[in-house]
Write a protein of this length. Sequence first.
Length: 77
Amino acid sequence: MKTTANIEGMTCVHCVRAVFTSLSGVKGISRADVTIGRAVIDHDGTVTPEAIREAVSTAGYNVTDFKQDSRSLPLVV
């Protein structure tokens, strides 16, 4: 699954690093691409929006909204 979280209050690379570090510690998250104001998170589906919100809050920021994409593409070999 992929979830995009819009995050308010981030202004610099240190903010990005804090959010990335916090999200990376959440069980079930396999990847987090964090930029100022946004995180795109790949996870196994057991990760709830509340868990993402809590991790971002622990880093000192607030999630303003989420977009979830549960579509998967077939693997062609």
